[in-house]
Design a protein around this ligand. Structure first.
Ligand SMILES: [Zn+2]
Length: 494
């Protein structure tokens, strides 16, 4: 069933309407996309911390990069997974108490209007579970042409300790805005907020975000902070970014920040005041940025924020911003900082299809984590990290051998994994072993060259598994495709 909201196109032209249209047009002007970019978001929003709602006006500049015309643009509405009555929920039923320590609380997104150049657009909310906003363009967008359109909405932030929500004086503001679906094989790829893994798939875009708050929050952020103003009891922040895949924030009045530099990159590490932070973590983050910049590709942004917050996982990556579970041990935080920093390359700079080939970024990120510790005087930690994934993969193979479930592969859609356990072992553990095997087979020298080439070819794009194997084959006399398929299809002796 599709729940369709329609706005009448019939407009009675009166002087008042003309003035109103002019006022509206002066508030939101058409977004011009720079050449080389396909999407630009301009978001002006304000946070009401008592109601825990966000009111936003969003302008999207969108270029048609497909081979045909586009008459309707689709956008993901992730907050609707948190609404009352959602069929597809962002947590497993067994995890409901952990996700809502104070009882279930709902969120969602309410789309108020959609328009283009001042003219209302028809729109509908659909998808598998009210997770897709479809906006009909006034006329089709021709191949290579771009169009600007506006959306007004309010977001209700739920009280939960998941990735999106508020809890304990912290607000995790992630996946909160309508995000253009990626065009894959000529179709918009729709993301349902599944409970497994990271069900987010997005393309690189430019961002210009203004947030006004009614409290004196500190905010860990994606992009670069360009302006900050104190007004009354609140603040207004202005952020800009180029070529990032998503935009997220984490707010609290109780944060303290420590900073470090990695070349020209400013590192900001946010944690709760009075916590046990030793002052070492911004330094570790800077070392990780420097190491990966040298080994893979120079970090192309000016800012990198890390924030200790509540989250049901150990950590979570966003562009220029990562979440670190505040309640973990110091040793686990160290590991998660390195893992999430590696994601700035594998997911951030080079995108891949998180929905159906999650092993590409998680596998390479796990191996990168081992590599960092190995090359930074922590060989024991590196060895333990590898052994942990090796043991998990071996144990899983044993279980698979005993219960013989069929259809075992690392590469399948998120919705096909029966449990988080199967997902983690296949995508993280086996993914790690795959890249370690590759590293040993092609030699470090070739591995480094191949990875640099892979980033250069795919930066700000979405890489395919073929693109990944091609990068390694370029610097290897043999054919690495056999290594990939053996690990992916469970045909590997190890
Ligand atoms: Zn990860």
């Amino acid at each position: 069933m599709r729940n369709t909201k329609k706005i009448s196109k019939k407009t009675i032209i009166t002087a008042a309407a003309v003035i109103a249209a002019l006022v509206a047009a002066s508030v939101i002007t058409a977004v011009v996309i720079r050449s080389g970019a396909d999407v630009k978001y301009v978001i002006v929003m304000s946070l009401d911390s008592r109601a825990m709602t966000l009111s936003a006006k969003q302008t999207v500049g969108y270029r048609n990069s497909s081979d045909g015309e586009i008459s309707e643009v689709k956008l993901n509405l992730y907050p609707n997974a948190f609404r009352e009555g959602a069929k597809i929920k962002p947590y497993f039923e067994a995890g409901v108490d952990a996700a809502y320590p104070d009882g279930i609380n709902y969120g969602g997104i309410d789309i108020k209007s959609a328009s283009s150049n001042g003219a209302p657009c028809e729109f509908s909310i659909g998808g598998d579970d009210k997770n897709i906003l479809s906006i009909k363009m006034p006329e089709p967008i021709k191949r290579g042409a771009s169009r600007s359109f506006d959306i007004e909405y309010t977001v209700k932030i739920p009280k939960t300790n998941m990735r999106f929500g508020y809890y304990d004086g912290i607000i995790n503001l992630t996946n909160f805005f309508p995000t253009v679906c990626v065009l894959k094989d000529g179709q918009f790829a729709e993301c349902a907020y599944l409970p497994t893994g990271d069900p987010f798939f997005s393309q690189a875009a430019d961002f210009d975000v203004t947030l006004t708050t009614d409290r004196a929050y500190l905010a860990a952020h994606s992009g670069d902070l360009k302006s900050e103003k104190q007004e009354g009891g609140g603040r207004t922040f202005g952020y800009k970014a180029k070529n990032i895949r998503d935009f997220a924030l984490c707010l609290s009045e109780s944060f303290a920040v420590e900073t470090a530099k990695a070349g020209g990159v400013e590192i900001k590490y946010y944690y709760l005041k009075g916590g046990t932070n030793s002052g070492e973590k911004a330094g570790l983050s800077a070392r990780a940025i420097k190491f990966f910049s040298e080994y893979f590709f120079e970090y192309p942004y000016k800012t990198y924020c890390l924030v200790e917050t509540f989250i049901t996982a150990g950590g979570m990556e966003y562009p220029n911003l990562v979440f670190i579970n505040k309640d973990m041990s110091e040793s686990d935080k160290e590991t998660v900082i390195v893992h999430e920093t590696a994601h700035q390359w594998w997911y951030g700079i080079v995108g891949s299809d998180n929905l159906s080939a999650a092993w590409m970024d998680e596998g390479l990120t796990e191996f990168s984590t081992e590599l960092f510790f190995e090359k930074n005087d922590r060989r024991l930690k590196a060895a333990e990290y590898y052994r942990g994934n090796y043991a998990a993969a071996k144990r899983f193979d044993q279980i698979v051998g005993e219960i013989n479930p069929g259809n075992i592969t690392m590469e399948k859609h998120l919705s096909e994994f029966v449990s988080e356990y199967e997902y983690v072992v296949c995508v993280y553990s086996r993914g790690h072993l795959l890249f370690k095997d590759l590293f040993k087979t092609v030699t470090e020298q070739n591995f480094k060259k191949a990875v640099k080439y892979y980033v250069k070819k795919n930066k700000y794009k979405i890489a395919s598994a073929d693109g990944l194997t091609a990068a390694f084959n370029k610097y290897y006399k043999g054919d690495v495709r056999g290594i990939f398929s053996a690990w992916i299809n469970f045909n590997k002796e190890y």
